[in-house]
Design a protein around this ligand. Structure first.
Ligand code: 5GP
Ligand code: MN
Length: 318
């Protein structure tokens, strides 16, 4: 029996949770598990709770049944936490984890401490979706579930480009393609396509970016008033830090956006040398060696100064 079939045996209710500001791997993994359960464990009532996900993922089956409001009561027998490095990242839905009789955590963040009763954490996997593929029975994966898994893998690997992409990643992607998914459309419409506003914000961030540390580092920031001006929110910030990292000669990129006065969401990316997960963890966040994030308070100047001190230290210690 597969992993999910086993944990759901003799149980009637389950919830699936992801992390704050859900990205492609988070939405993909939550809907993959939900679809897999609907298809293969029909006696289980399964619900997905997430922060408002981006519309670009609306093609995934189950997207329209994602709950975004906190329920009056946190009651489910099984709580399945996906792609979330720590409990706090479950945000306002964390109550399900506390009240469930059984919980599991499936993730690929190196900083994950294993807060479920059962944990499947593989830091060398490209994505939570890749870990999930190994927990599902291949012949029971429907085309719709395959679309969810493929979406998560595409997003966390930057279309199979980043260093987290392995031979195994490509093998799994191939098996998912064999399920008949529209892989080109998934890549072009959920990963590369941007709305007009998203392009404007990206342009603005690039235009105002600043190189420092002899061109080895770059940062940019989008302020709250600019987000309001363009009518953009956190879901429109996907891909900006990757484009900053793409600058020739840059090892480490930092992108900030202002959540509220003097509170910034920080995204960091590196190419080959800087361990950004260490820096993000130091400031209360987490992530992966080449992609990590946290939230920091203070002026832009303070935030950049604090982060760059750690980056410079790592670059010097080599
Ligand atoms: P992003 O920069 O795209 O928001 O996140 C990069 C990676 O770091 C993702 O894997 C994400 O889950 C993780 N991450 C981002 N922000 C936080 C945070 O505040 N806490 C933790 N634990 N992980 C984060
Ligand atoms: Mn992920």
């Amino acid at each position: 029996m597969g992993f999910f079939e086993t944990i759901l045996k003799n149980r009637k209710t389950a919830v699936v949770l992801g992390h704050l500001n859900p990205d492609g791997d988070c939405v993909g993994s939550c809907l993959a598990v939900c679809n897999y359960i609907v298809d293969n464990c029909p006696e289980v009532d399964v619900k997905v709770y997430l922060d408002e996900p981006a519309d670009k993922f609306a093609y995934l089956r189950g997207f329209d049944r994602i709950h975004t409001e906190v329920p009056e009561q946190f009651s489910a027998q099984v709580c399945i936490c996906l792609d979330s490095g720590d409990k706090e990242r479950l945000g306002r839905f964390g109550g399900f984890l506390e009240s469930a009789e059984f919980s599991v955590c499936v993730d690929h963040h190196i900083t994950n401490t294993g807060y479920g009763m059962e944990n499947r954490i593989q830091p060398d996997a490209s994505s939570t979706c890749e870990v999930l593929f190994g927990l599902m029975e291949e012949e029971k994966i429907s085309r719709e579930t395959a679309e969810c898994l493929y979406t998560g893998m595409v997003h966390d690997t930057g279309v199979f480009q980043y260093s987290n992409t392995s031979e195994k990643t490509m093998e799994i992607a191939g098996k998912l393609m064999a399920k008949g998914i529209p892989y080109s459309t998934i890549i072009s419409e959920s990963f590369y396509q941007k709305t007009y506003v998203q392009n404007q914000i990206l342009g603005r961030a690039l235009l105002e970016s600043v190189l420092f540390c002899d061109g080895q580092c770059i940062f940019s920031v989008i302020r709250k008033k600019d987000m309001d001006f363009y009518g953009a929110d956190s879901r429109d910030m996907d891909g900006i830090v990757e484009q900053l990292r793409n600058t020739k000669g840059v090892e480490c990129a930092i992108f900030l956006y202002e959540k509220q006065f003097q509170e910034f969401k920080v995204s960091m990316r590196s190419k080959n040398r800087v361990d950004v997960s260490k820096i993000a963890s130091y400031f209360g966040g987490g992530g992966h060696i080449r992609a990590a994030g946290c939230t920091m308070n203070g002026s832009i100047y303070d935030v950049i100064n604090n982060l760059s001190a750690h980056i410079v230290k790592q670059l010097k210690e080599e």
